[in-house]
Design a protein around this ligand. Structure first.
Ligand SMILES: Nc1nc2c(ncn2[C@@H]2O[C@H](COP(=O)(O)OP(=O)(O)OP(=O)(O)O)[C@@H](O)[C@H]2O)c(=O)[nH]1
Ligand SMILES: [Mg+2]
Length: 198
């Protein structure tokens, strides 16, 4: 069922995914690495406002276009977050495994996102946590730190990736798509059975 997607166009269903986290954690590198839009990932510079990346994929035989909205981590752009989140269907929170502060202060993005979703009557959407820079040996963030964060914020899924070396970058996006589409199908099924009297 595809009736409940945000838009249906000839590009297939368009799903907006938000990528959030502090500056320099690697949000743009992960997004561009996944989409394949930039061949030299070392060329990426600081995001000013928003970077939008488009990636087309096939999910259960249907074309799905992911619109990946990657938000600048620097504080001066924080006032734009409401516009940025409009219509979002899934969220990826990114921290840097070599910098514990990027996990400690990630709560600000979680709080802002949840406030927005609640104030605008959004249904629950998939939210996941991604630790980037897996290729660097001296990780500062322990698995206990990650589990504590997930428990405190009730985030169910965590991935470790290296955006720069394109390790594991597809998995977080595929997980989100899987959960958006499954949830929407379930909701659609529920509505059908409710109104058909089953
Ligand atoms: N070693 C390593 N470096 C990475 C990785 N991902 C990103 N970087 C580097 O980290 C720096 C910041 O990457 P960006 O992708 O610009 O980070 P960002 O989160 O988009 O930053 P803002 O746009 O300022 O919010 C760059 O120098 C990247 O090359 C990674 O997986 N491994
Ligand atoms: Mg960026």
């Amino acid at each position: 069922m595809s009736t409940l997607y945000s838009h249906n166009t000839k590009q297939g269903n368009i799903l907006k995914i938000a990528v959030l986290g502090l500056g320099s954690v690697g949000k743009t590198t992960i997004s561009k690495g996944y989409s394949g839009e930039i061949s030299d990932l070392n060329q990426i510079s600081m995001t000013k406002g928003v970077d939008i990346t488009v990636k087309r994929m096939v999910y259960c035989g249907k074309t799905v276009t992911l619109q990946i909205w990657d938000f600048a981590g620097q504080k001066q752009f924080r006032f734009m977050i409401d516009v940025f989140l409009r219509g979002v269907k899934g969220v990826i929170y990114v921290y840097d495994v070599t910098d514990i502060e990027t996990l400690v202060y990630l709560n600000e993005f979680v709080d802002l996102t949840r406030n927005y979703l609640e104030n605008h009557f959004y249904p629950t959407i998939p939210e996941i946590l991604v630790g980037n820079k897996l290729d660097i040996e001296n990780a500062e963030v322990s698995i206990e730190d990650v589990h504590d964060f997930m428990k405190n914020y009730n985030i169910k899924k965590h991935f470790l990736v290296s955006g720069l070396y394109s390790v594991n970058v597809s998995e977080p996006f595929e997980y989100i798509v899987d959960h958006i589409t499954n949830k929407e199908s379930n909701l659609a099924d529920e509505l059908v059975s409710k109104y058909s009297g089953n």
